[in-house]
Design a protein around this ligand. Sequence first.
Ligand SMILES: Cc1cc2nc3c(=O)[nH]c(=O)nc-3n(C[C@H](O)[C@H](O)[C@H](O)COP(=O)(O)OP(=O)(O)OC[C@H]3O[C@@H](n4cnc5c(N)ncnc54)[C@H](O)[C@@H]3O)c2cc1C
Length: 436
Amino acid sequence: MIKMDIDVDVLIAGSGVSGLYCALNLRADLKVLVLSKSKITETNTYLAQGGISTAKNEEDIPHFIEDTLKAGQYKNSLEAVTILAKESMRDINKLIEFGMPFDKISEKFSYTKEGAHSINRIVHSKDHTGQVVAETLINETKKRKNITIYENTFLVDILKLDNKCIGGILLKDNEQINVYSKVVILATGGIGGLFNNSTNQRKLTGDGLAIAIKNNIKLKDINYIQFHPTAFYEENNKDRRLLISEAVRGEGGKLLNSKGERFVNELLPRNIVTKAIMKEINESKIPFVRLDITFLGEEFIKFRFPSIYNECLNKGIDITKEPIPVSPAQHYFEGGIQVDVNSMTSMNNLYAVGETSCTGVHGANRLASNSLLEGLVFSRRAAENINKNIDNISNINIKVPKLQYELDEIQCNNRKIVVNELMRRSNELNAELFNS
Ligand SMILES: Cc1cc2nc3c(=O)[nH]c(=O)nc-3n(C[C@H](O)[C@H](O)[C@H](O)COP(=O)(O)OP(=O)(O)OC[C@H]3O[C@@H](n4cnc5c(N)ncnc54)[C@H](O)[C@@H]3O)c2cc1C
């Protein structure tokens, strides 16, 4: 049944860092509708642990650019990386204006380090930075009268006329809602839910990508998928894998093989550490290696990594007393819907931001803690571009047919579309990686 038709100025699919920060940067006179396919907090943003990279000052900008390019194997877009580094401090300050409490020591940021960063330049809130970012943005969004949030509401497809996006079709409580909007923003996050073995929310299965593929919108670099070296190892775990943040290695954590020996520099880029761990696993036939931080002392560990400490304890490991069993898991999607530096896709009036988009910032391998920053910088740029141009766009209403399929069938079809496209474009992926 078609419940209703709605007219808005901007429709945003996604309530993670990129969707909400974009909404908050739009003009207050624009009517904005934000969707979340499940609860507003069921996002990868909420799970982020380590922190957000930022240039520390003007002198650090070229070094931050170089670290990002080097980690990305120089497959990055230099223009996008330069924007990311140059504009990073501005968005960190804006987050602080919204109330974000980054950890500080004597009134200065307590910068931490992660793999492949040449210096400590990651701001954080203990080891649950993402949760605090999400709560900060949600609180701010609730203050804005022009922003409405629909939870448990699924974007089925965009509406289009010629090569122009004019809205979206939603399913909410099994009822179809047709939204006519001047601009649509896909902020639908990553693809981890497609994999057997991933640190991501299970519900994130690449719906934005499926919509892009169905509508012939250009994609970029979708063969670049990041596996995180250190997810908590549990036998027969079908659920999301618990991430052991790179910040644990940044603070000195040591990786040990089955003989109790170190076998890799823990702070090399993620793809290299992942390969070294897989080599140990294959040779020893033991499905994990160990990550030891016991020597950091109980007081420091509990203060610096309270969430990881508690979550590991719930799984039977006291990380102050014993090493953590870890193995690699799918973690991040570097590729996605191709966008320019204002986050515009190949379809008019359609933008993509955050993990579902590909700005080219990450190249072949994302530098640690660059994704929350990308979500901030490029969603704010999308909002600025929309603020400037939206007065020249009108709402267009067309007749929309009734949906022929139930939500489960639509989601299942989306998964198939994305997995087929990933398999087609990447030689390294095989069907066994995917959750059927
Ligand atoms: C365990 C973990 C730790 C991480 N740690 C860090 C870190 O320390 N630093 C860092 O920079 N990055 C980190 N990352 C990566 C980072 O968290 C994500 O890349 C980033 O938060 C993605 O933000 P987003 O806004 O693109 O998407 P998300 O935050 O994942 O949000 C996606 C949104 O899209 C909605 N959605 C999806 N499909 C539909 C649909 N069809 N209809 C309606 N809504 C839909 C979802 O409901 C959700 O609201 C981590 C990731 C994980 C999994």
